[in-house]
Design a protein around this ligand. Structure first.
Ligand code: TXA
Ligand code: MG
Length: 332
């Protein structure tokens, strides 16, 4: 494995590596991805092996321009086109009927494919240089916390990848929103970096029912990525609603806290109960909470604590995506 800075030469090298069947970890605005040529089934198989990812969990295909869509998928209707125009590039993944030549290993045998046009300049340059479309899941071992720094990828996957391109911290910090465009209205499969409000402002009401499966225990996942346990630290993680903070009672052993709280009252009520607190957003901004969440989980998980406690977000904007990750990270 080689760690490269994101220079023009190195971006070309990374693209060529993908074109030759290699595995390249690269930054996107959401999380780091682990990319391979989407049309090279053998290279894609290496992604599953590197992540120890079950083969029933399909990958997202990343493209660098809207003109690539029709080579991979059939655009199912005007809503899909409208969302691409309005919200791409960005943290929104659209599931659409796939073309027959997209390898089954990419889609886990489904007749649909998930497509995303990332906003990160490094990701797009690498895709352009690869001259193909890039299948890429998050660059973490399956089930573990997603990577928002090159170092997270190094620690998690190390020599299982050919190149890691360092692009600094991911600005959004949570995966893309996944929307299944083969349903009418489109169905939310995973809340993420594009808020439901932003989507509904473009195409009207969507079906929110598929996502947040923590609310539907025992149901088979509509999208395999909605498995109950995911994004999980090794340290036990407990969740607490902001309004119930005063009652957060760690078991008395060494506990760390992730919170957006800034109010003096809350801080005082916490004093003595946690040996460390990470304040993700001094201003209470969900954008800042999302951007710092996975890095805080990584940090605290390697900090030798017995417990991690995290504050749940409200229901607006990125709140559902933050809570989805927290719920899944807290499941074992
Ligand atoms: O932000 C992101 O989406 C990041 C960056 C790297 O782009 N990628 C990412 O990939 O989060 P991954 O593999 O960790 O999550 C992909 C999600 C999974 O929940 C998977 O089940 C779902 O997309 N998915 C992929 N193809 C699908 C399909 N054809 N139908 C339904 N769900 C699909
Ligand atoms: Mg993932």
């Amino acid at each position: 494995m080689e760690l490269l800075e994101a220079t023009a030469d190195n971006l070309r090298r990374a693209g060529e590596c993908i074109a030759q069947g290699g595995l390249v970890a690269f930054p996107t605005e959401t999380v780091y991805g682990l990319g391979a040529d989407a049309f090279d089934a053998k290279a894609v198989a290496r992604i599953f092996e590197a992540k120890a990812r079950p083969s029933f969990d399909p990958l997202i295909v990343h493209i660098a321009s809207i003109s690539q869509v029709e080579k991979i998928a059939e655009i199912p209707g005007p809503s899909a086109s409208a969302l691409m125009q309005a919200l791409w590039p960005g943290p929104l993944t659209l599931v659409m009927p796939k073309r027959s030549w997209v390898p089954d290993i990419v889609t886990s045998g489904l007749d649909t494919v998930a497509l995303r046009l990332p906003a990160h300049a490094v990701a797009r340059a690498i895709i352009v240089h690869s001259r193909t479309a890039v299948a890429a899941p998050s660059a973490n071992p399956f089930g573990y916390i997603s990577p928002t720094l090159a170092r997270h990828v190094q620690l998690g996957l190390g020599d299982k990848v050919d190149l890691i391109v360092n692009g600094g911290a991911c600005s959004i910090g949570l995966e893309s929103t996944v929307l299944d465009m083969t349903f009418e209205p489109p169905r939310l499969l995973r809340p993420g970096g594009t808020s439901i409000e932003a989507i509904e402002a473009v195409i009207g009401p969507i079906d929110r029912g598929g996502a947040g499966l923590e609310s539907a225990p025992g149901r088979p996942p509509a999208s395999p990525g909605l498995l109950d346990s995911h994004y999980a630290p090794r340290t036990p993680l407990y969740l607490v609603e902001s309004s119930l903070f005063a009652q957060a009672r760690p078991s008395g052993r060494d506990a760390a806290l992730i919170t957006s709280a800034t109010s003096g009252a809350i801080l005082e009520s916490l004093a003595g109960r946690f040996s460390l607190a990470r304040f993700l957003s001094p201003s209470g901004s969900l954008i800042e909470v999302a951007a710092g969440l996975f890095a805080a989980l990584h940090e605290l998980d390697s900090g030798g604590f017995d417990e991690i406690w995290a504050e749940l977000a409200g229901g607006q904007g990125l709140g559902p995506a933050i809570n989805d990750r927290l719920y899944k990270a807290s499941r074992k």
